[in-house]
Design a protein around this ligand. Structure first.
Ligand code: NDP
Ligand code: MG
Length: 384
């Protein structure tokens, strides 16, 4: 039987690359969800014939209604956040690939898990903001949480031998270092959004591209790794690997290290999340070691890139501290993309919110997560 996939965030960078994989593997699409880009969503509907589409933005949803009238056998259209949750929890959804950006993806991740679906997770913010709720729900409902993020897919691939995985000692989380690697605070002060949007190795959505330039992305990924692989934060070490060829490594108790390598092409980890535990030919090119010649390693500069230091502090504090860091970052990135704050303000605001309170332990509810997110956004606006 063909595998069925429901893709949330289908119009984004991960979403469109996921559809390349779906096409190559010949999977069925049950549902597609997008926020604003309805013209692209319409093209995807024509090509993949989903049973349901969701548009979360109200104005865009009205527009989609009109567009669907122009095609034969249109799918059902569900609207808003409720529509997204309904799609993620539909019994026929199959494996739910969550490629929504930001905390907006958290509810859908939980809804899919609670409805018994395996989840292929690109939306790292689900684990950063509600890591305890997500991992407890996975245990309770006996589903699989399959990482799409390239570093976490690499770690997951290195841990497939369940016997040696029991002796996992340390995770070496690789980082490209982003476009501003080696820059001083004085140089960073003047960086604009155009500078920050130029990533050396990956072509991604705007928010994660900014997160890569501040090293917030690595901080979010460190938190994501703590939840996914159940290691304390001090056992996750960030290693700058400028070429993005080693996607991460694991060290066992005998000091043996396994790494996963490949060209920087998200279709490899996306496909592995969908085909796991099997492997199939992929649309990605082969790594040419002779053209590459060398791979390099450096330490991350946490003194300059405060977001990474703030995320470490947040996960060490625990409770809702990572959620606060994420909320402040989402709001600060939005303001930076609107040219309303400077590059270094992002780190200042994230660090400030983490230090603001104790943030409790893991006995929080979903409503607590949303309240904390709101508080962090308000913190940003009152500390500009
Ligand atoms: P994009 O910005 O390219 O795409 C985001 C997707 O989410 C779009 O389909 C967008 O819809 C939708 N969306 C935006 N806001 C909302 C909302 N409020 N409710 C529902 N849907 C919404 O992001 P990326 O594809 O780059 O990233 C997606 C996730 O994957 C992020 O969590 C990111 O950290 C993670 N990730 C991305 C990688 C990459 O290479 N891009 C690598 C590893 C992880 P629309 O476009 O229609 O407005
Ligand atoms: Mg990553």
């Amino acid at each position: 039987m063909k595998k069925t996939v429901t893709l949330l965030g289908s119009t984004g960078s991960i979403g469109t690359q996921s559809l390349d994989v779906v096409e190559m593997q010949g999977y069925e699409i049950f549902g597609l969800a997008a926020h604003t880009r309805v013209e692209l969503l319409l093209e995807q509907v024509k090509k993949f014939s989903p049973k349901v589409v969701v548009v979360t933005d109200t104005t865009a949803a009205e527009k989609m209604e009109g567009l669907l009238m122009g095609i034969s056998n249109p799918p059902k259209l569900w609207k808003g956040r409720e529509g997204l949750l309904e799609l993620a929890s539909h019994p026929d959804a199959g494996i739910v690939l969550n490629a929504v950006v930001g905390i907006a993806g958290l509810g859908a991740t939980l809804a899919a898990i609670e409805s018994g679906h395996d989840v292929a997770l690109a939306n790292k913010e689900s684990l950063v903001t509600g890591g305890y709720l997500v991992t407890e729900a996975v245990k309770k409902h006996g589903v699989h949480l399959l990482p799409v993020d390239s570093e976490h897919s690499a770690i997951f691939q290195c841990l497939q031998d369940a016997h040696s995985a029991k002796t996992l000692e340390k995770i070496l989380l690789t980082a490209s270092g982003g476009p501003f690697f080696g820059k001083t605070k004085e140089q960073l002060e003047k960086m604009t959004k155009a500078d920050a949007l130029k990533h050396p190795n990956w072509d991604m959505g705007a928010k994660i591209t900014i997160d890569s330039s501040t090293l917030m992305n690595k901080g979010l990924e460190l938190i994501e790794a703590v939840w996914l692989f159940d290691l304390p934060p001090e056992k996750v070490e960030v290693v700058v690997q400028r070429q993005s060829i080693i996607h991460s490594m694991v060290q066992f108790s005998d000091k043996s290290i396994l790494a996963q390598l490949g060209v920087p092409d998200m279709r490899i980890p996306i496909q592995y999340a969908l085909t796991w535990p099997d492997r199939f030919p992929s649309p990605a090119p082969e790594l040419d070691f002779f053209a590459l010649k060398q791979i390099t390693f450096d330490r991350a500069d946490e003194e300059t890139f405060r977001c990474l230091a703030a995320c470490k502090k947040a996960i060490t504090k625990g409770g809702l501290a990572p959620c606060a860091a994420n909320g402040a970052n989402e709001e600060a990135v939005k303001l930076f993309l609107q040219d309303k704050i400077g590059f270094l303000d992002i780190g200042r605001l994230v660090e400030g919110v983490v230090e603001k309170e104790a943030y409790g332990d893991n006995s929080y509810t979903l409503q607590d997560v949303y309240d904390c997110d709101q508080m962090a956004r308000e913190y940003v606006h009152s500390h500009l």
